[in-house]
Design a protein around this ligand. Structure first.
Ligand code: ZN
Length: 465
């Protein structure tokens, strides 16, 4: 309790006791401290009363004042808290054992030290805490639109807020007037297309490498911007170092830029900022030996987010790609797996130039059903659940097109979370008047691309050659 409030209370109590010397009051409650008159002999009543009013009452008053003053230092819980604690006990919250230092250590320890149970599940108390802080009532920009006009109005209000949460406002202000520079290597002829390595100076001192694959012919060509996730840069263009990588790219459909160029797209496959090749590496292992987390720490300190930087980069690639000759700027695809898929959704939510977004193995509620967060830390957007959940971000893409692809054996996400997020996204797209513009498609394997699920949807929405 603030000391000023206590001082006011003490003053109030003293004045109350002056007016009613046989009562004590505390926090608005009055207690009768008079000696019952029936206990007094009539002849002694006057003497007793004098004794009471001149000695007992002042002594009790002094003790009370002393207790209250001492209480200023010890922060005695106010009765309101006590009542809240009683209510919590009534609801079973206090039934669990008290949290001890050992329990805290165990809860925070790695699974190998604390056992499988701790690895799999939070305690009921932790789960309730998480439900409390993530309560849906906190989501200020959750889409509640029920028709297309209301959805359009919500979009116009929510999108600038999302950009601000991502730190894009800061970037836009700091980098006003900055023109990214692109350097391209000589294009190499491939089987039916050309391939060139490039690098873009997306802001001073930050170079993002990319591959660009161009189809043969005169166009106009649709454009596909395909941000990598945590996979090695180059895989999307079928570039690898080892036989193992080659085999994995082939078996998991990871050469998406090649798939795109063969369908007539100019395919641009940038690296992900924060993943070693472009960003702030974790040089001393302080951030879990993960470059993307090192990038995150520096971003957050500066009022940015890694995801905001990645959206910024993709917007610069859109600027560049859509300015290329023979481009159809009405047909723009953004597609990525895992972290690349998260970038695809946020970039499409922020930038209306993207016609179709395809997040692969990445679109789910931000918090998993068991309370855990499975997204890599570098996808963290502070306070995002004060804005809305994944379906609200996705809802900003409507009335354009969104396809979420997942693998049913992807251990990172639960199908119930994915389907829940999909159902809510479907509702937002329906409210926007375009219920068929969102789909969830699920493949039979794990965390990878599914070309047989993606391209038919994209071909229908954008058309293929
Ligand atoms: Zn990461």
């Amino acid at each position: 309790m603030p000391s000023t409030r206590k001082a006011a209370m003490i003053t109030m109590n003293i004045s109350h006791m002056t007016a009613y010397p046989d009562r004590l009051s505390y926090n608005g409650r009055h207690y009768d401290i008079s000696v019952p008159r029936m206990w007094m002999k009539p002849e002694r009543r006057e003497t007793e009363v004098k004794l009471y009013t001149h000695i007992v009452w002042p002594a009790m008053c002094s003790c009370l004042l002393l207790a209250i003053v001492l209480g200023c230092g010890s922060e005695t819980p106010p009765p309101r808290i006590t009542e809240q604690a009683k209510s919590m006990a009534a609801n079973g919250i206090m039934d669990e054992p008290a949290v001890t230092a050992a329990a805290v250590t165990e809860a925070a320890a790695p699974a190998s030290e604390s056992g499988e149970a701790a690895k799999r599940s939070y305690s009921p108390k932790v789960k309730r805490y998480l439900e409390q802080i993530y309560d849906v009532s906190h989501r200020e920009f959750a889409c509640t639109a029920t028709n297309a006009a209301a959805h359009a109005e919500w979009r116009s209000e929510a999108r600038p807020v999302l950009r601000r949460l991502l730190g894009l406002d800061h970037m836009q202000e700091e980098l006003a007037g900055w023109t990214p520079m692109v350097e391209l290597s000589k294009a190499k002829s491939m089987d039916g297309y050309t391939r060139a390595r490039g690098k873009m100076l997306v802001e001073p001192n930050v170079t993002v490498p990319f591959w660009v694959l161009r189809p043969q012919g005169s166009g106009p060509f649709p454009v596909a911007v395909m941000p990598h996730g945590h996979d090695p840069h180059g895989w999307y263009a079928n570039i690898y170092d080892t036989e193992e990588d080659r085999s994995r790219i082939a078996s998991e459909d990871r050469d998406v830029a090649v798939q795109a160029v063969r369908r007539g797209y100019i395919a641009i496959a940038p690296a992900t900022r924060g993943l070693g090749c472009a960003g702030v590496p974790d040089i001393d292992g302080r951030h879990g030996k993960r470059d993307c987390r090192s990038q995150m720490v520096h971003c957050l300190l500066a009022g940015r987010t890694p995801l905001g930087e990645r959206v910024w980069d993709m917007e610069r690639f859109l600027d560049w790609g859509l300015a290329l000759p023979n481009v159809d700027s009405e047909r723009v695809l953004m597609l990525g797996n895992s972290g690349g898929g998260v970038v695809a959704v946020f970039a499409a939510a922020c930038d209306e130039r993207i016609t179709v977004a395809v997040p692969s193995c990445s679109f789910s509620s931000f918090i998993r059903n068991d309370g855990t967060v499975q997204f890599c830390d570098c996808n963290l957007v502070p306070s995002i659940l004060r804005f809305g959940d994944a379906h609200d971000i996705a809802g900003l893409i409507a009335p354009r097109w969104l396809l979420a692809v997942h693998g049913e054996k992807d251990g990172m996400f639960y199908m119930e979370d994915i389907e829940g997020a999909a159902a809510r996204t479907r509702a937002v797209f329906a409210a926007a008047g375009v219920p068929t513009h969102f789909e969830l498609r699920v493949g039979p394997h794990g965390h990878r691309f599914y070309k047989e699920l993606m391209w038919p949807f994209i071909d229908v929405t954008l058309g293929s050659r």
